[in-house]
Design a protein around this ligand. Structure first.
Ligand SMILES: [Zn+2]
Ligand SMILES: [Zn+2]
Length: 280
């Protein structure tokens, strides 16, 4: 991308974030407006009509905001988090919330990304995925059966798929652990991330020798994602060594720095400040 394109994108992102902030505030006002029936006094048929005509909010979003408010009675921190971080992120943890833990959950909403929150909520509800069922469409079935015929000899579908995956894995060789996450790696972005996490480095900055000793899989219990970050449980900035390294996926790396899988350490408060810049 050239400079012009980059700036155009930047401007779009900036305005998008601004608009999101306004939407969060609008949604946080709706429950009270609904309760006091202000829409009626202003001549609107209902709260949905009111929100759509004045602020262009869809009925789905309005419904979600009202429902969420209902669930969060007497939970001031999570209600406040709706205003600053939106109904979607708060909605992810709303099912786990009690009066006792709501303050802590609001902290997580503020400091963690959406995918990490989703993972957190799943684990807290004991819904960790240990297996996948993937549906094949007709074209995929045909290709699969063709390959199966080649691989041959009374293989079950599962065994056949395992062979295909093994072969693909072999072919792609050791093209780097941090590049297996589905998305195309963006070295620039990775470099930025290094700067955002004080004292932590991404795989390629650690010696090849050390890297080889580490697993390619995230080391969090029951996680099957490829590791994307080499995490220092001793917090490199406090304890300058490369011992005890832990490969983690991005989500579980957030766990480690948000007091979920490891206790909060001084460096983590610093880390949160950096994270805030990228989390909206
Ligand atoms: Zn880390
Ligand atoms: Zn993980």
């Amino acid at each position: 991308m050239n400079e012009f394109m980059k700036n155009l994108h930047k401007e779009f992102v900036r305005l998008g974030r601004e608009r999101n902030q306004i939407t969060y505030k609008l949604l946080s006002l709706l429950p009270k407006i609904n309760e006091l029936k202000i829409y009626e006094k202003e001549g609107y048929a209902n709260i949905y009509d009111y929100a759509a005509k004045i602020a262009g909010l869809s009925s789905g979003v309005v419904e979600k905001a009202l429902k969420l408010e209902g669930k969060l009675q007497d939970m001031p921190h999570l209600q406040k988090a709706i205003e600053t971080h939106g109904i979607n992120k708060v909605g992810i943890v709303a099912g786990l919330a009690t009066k006792e833990n709501e303050k802590e959950l609001a902290e997580k909403v503020i400091h963690m990304s959406k995918p990490a929150l989703q993972e957190y909520s799943k684990e807290a509800r004991g819904k960790v995925t240990t297996g996948w069922q993937v549906e094949l469409d007709q074209e995929m079935m045909f290709i699969f059966l063709k390959l199966k015929k080649k691989l041959g000899k009374n293989l079950s579908n599962k065994e056949c798929l395992r062979k295909i995956l093994d072969e693909m894995q072999e072919r792609s060789g050791s093209q780097g652990r941090s590049q297996t996450a589905g998305k195309k790696p963006n070295p620039q972005r990775q470099a930025q991330e290094v700067a955002k996490i004080p004292g932590e480095k991404i795989t390629r900055y650690i010696s090849v020798h050390q890297k080889r000793k580490l697993s390619e899989q995230c080391s969090h219990q029951n996680c099957h994602r490829p590791a994307e970050v080499i995490h220092h449980p001793d917090r490199f900035s406090q304890n300058r060594n490369h011992k005890n390294l832990k490969p983690l996926c991005k989500q579980h790396h957030e766990f480690a720095h948000n007091g979920i899988s490891e206790p909060m350490q001084p460096a983590d408060y610093q880390y949160r400040k950096y994270r805030q810049v990228v989390l909206v």
